[in-house]
Every structure is written in structure tokens, then in C-alpha cells.
Write a protein that binds this ligand. Structure first.
Ligand code: DQA
Length: 145
């Protein structure tokens, strides 16, 4: 089972950016954790990050074309990117699992974060558990895929 673990804008600054909200660990730490968890679950996961909406859209096409499941932290794109939503819909319509993840709980934060345009086309969402949101999402993929 192949899983693309895709991260959107500003998540390359994990550990530096608002550690009170996102924790002190870095994207490199997330890579290490995902490598450990995917080993335990017997899935083949690859972690990527970009600040570029087009690149994220293209990675979702790659998931469709290669039959990979997706764990997606769309970051701020969550709240307004219809192009990302349309590409995410292609993944789930193709019968692949797409789990939307958030480190924080957007529903407990500012009003503008309460809307996810990705949620309605995702298989499901995990939010609010720090990096463990990714672990839970990988478990969900492993269980469903
Ligand atoms: C986030 C939540 C988003 O609202 C925010 O824009 C992010 C990170 C999270 O993981 O908690 O960049 O997706």
C-alpha cells in the first residue's frame, strides 16, 4: 500500500512557526515519525511539502495515476482552494483513500478556519492531535486500503 503524505504551505517551517500552536518538532521530525509509523503499519509512505498550490494539485494527479492513497495536510489551502478540492475529489472518485489531516484543531481556532473546502471530498478528517493526527490518518488508510 503506497501513501503520499502531502503537506501544504508554511509546513516547511514546523518547529519555528507558532510552536505554541504547532509544537516544537520540525518537518524532518515528522518525516522520521512517518517512516517509523509506516514501518509498523506495513505501508509505504512518502512525505512531501510544498508552498505551491500547482505542485500540490499535480501530486494529487500522481496519486490517481499511480494508485497511491493520500494523507493531506492542505494547511491554509484547506480554507479556500477550490483547485485543490477538485483534485482531491479525483483521488476519492478513483476509489483511493484521502485523509485530510491537521496538527491543530481548526474548529477551535479563528472563524475563517472553520470552513474546509477539502473535507466534503475527503474520505475522512483527523484534526487536533499534533503529529499524532498523521499516525491516526495512516492507521485509517492501512485499515481501509
Ligand atoms: C493546519 C491548520 C490550518 O488552518 C493552517 O492554515 C495551517 C496548518 C494544521 O495542520 O493545523 O497551516 O492545517
Amino acid at each position: 500500500t503506497r501513501v503520499l503524505v502531502l503537506n501544504g504551505p508554511n509546513l516547511g517551517r514546523l518547529g519555528v512557526r507558532e510552536p505554541d500552536v504547532y509544537g516544537a518538532l520540525s518537518l524532518a521530525d515528522l518525516r522520521d515519525s512517518v517512516a517509523r509509523w509506516s514501518g509498523e503499519l506495513g505501508v509505504d509512505a512518502e512525505v512531501r511539502q510544498t508552498d505551491d498550490e500547482a505542485e500540490l494539485v499535480h501530486w494529487l494527479y500522481e496519486a490517481v495515476d499511480s494508485g497511491a492513497h493520500v494523507v493531506l495536510n492542505p494547511a491554509a489551502f484547506t480554507h479556500y482552494s477550490y483547485s485543490l478540492r477538485d483534485a482531491a475529489a479525483m483521488v476519492t472518485k478513483a476509489g483511493l483513500v484521502l485523509v485530510e489531516v491537521h496538527i491543530s484543531n481548526p474548529m477551535a481556532r479563528e472563524e475563517f478556519r472553520h470552513t474546509s473546502v477539502i473535507g466534503p471530498v475527503a474520505t475522512g478528517t483527523v484534526a487536533g492531535f499534533g503529529f499524532d493526527s498523521y499516525r491516526l490518518a495512516l492507521r485509517a488508510v492501512a485499515a481501509k486500503a
